[in-house]
Design a protein around this ligand. Structure first.
Ligand code: 5GP
Length: 214
């Protein structure tokens, strides 16, 4: 049974790169394209990176309960469409999402079989450099980004899995191993009951056979 996988980290943690690499590597994983009210950055494509919505359209979608979760991040609204998640799951693929910590909490409530993974940057220096590269050097907006990174780190207790992203390929491999292990959980394998019953029946037949020959 396919399940949702949530990657969270302070921005600059590298979760988007991990998600993209994982998608390129595994045909059994699909991506849920989020909605946002922030304007597209250079190179971003509507419908591929995000569904870029006006504030009105976003609010209408929210009122119509189209979102499995939504949150305000750095002054813009972001949300995961239920239909987008269902589209990927019903195609038989796990669905990977890159959502902030507030959204992850709401999403896991809506989809309790979700696997939630926290990605840690390798060091404060790397995080600071990545966040600086994201926008202006204006100290006020830098401080805002640093403060929200600290707030996001505080939410780590909600996450059973934590990966330190000090080497991208190892981090991707770690996410992939978590998917493998989660897929083997008994609770995710409804077909196991029938298989166990079949095994029991087979063993009983052997018992009956050898008992008759005693
Ligand atoms: P960015 O604007 O840099 O792409 O993303 C900013 C933050 O918004 C990141 O922490 C990212 O994880 C988060 N984000 C992206 N999509 C969603 C979403 O659908 N829901 C929520 N709650 N957060 C999101």
């Amino acid at each position: 049974m396919p399940f949702p996988i949530i990657l969270s980290s302070p921005s600059g943690g590298g979760k988007t790169t991990i998600a993209h690499k994982l998608l390129a590597m595994r045909a059994d994983v699909g991506y849920s394209v989020s909605c946002t009210t922030r304007p597209p950055r250079q190179g971003e494509i509507d419908g591929r990176d995000y569904h870029f919505l006006s504030l009105e359209k976003f609010k209408r979608g929210n009122a119509a309960r189209e979102f499995a979760e939504s949150a305000e991040v750095h002054g813009h609204l972001y949300g995961t469409l239920r239909a987008e998640v269902e589209r990927v799951l019903s195609s038989g693929r796990h669905v990977i999402m890159d959502i902030d910590v507030q959204g992850a909490k709401q999403f896991a409530r809506a989809f309790p079989d979700s696997v939630v993974i926290f990605i840690l940057p390798p060091s404060a220096e790397v995080l600071v450099e990545r966040l600086k590269a994201r926008g202006t050097e204006d100290p006020k907006s830098l401080i805002r980004r640093f403060k929200s990174a600290k707030a996001e780190l505080k939410a780590i207790d909600l996450y059973p899995y934590v990966i330190v992203n000090d080497e991208i390929d190892s981090a991707v491999a770690a996410v992939s191993s978590i998917i493998e292990a989660e897929g083997l959980k008994r609770s995710r394998n409804g077909a196991l009951d029938a298989r166990i019953e079949e095994l029991m029946d087979g063993i009983q037949r052997a018992i009956d056979h050898y008992s008759a020959r005693k």
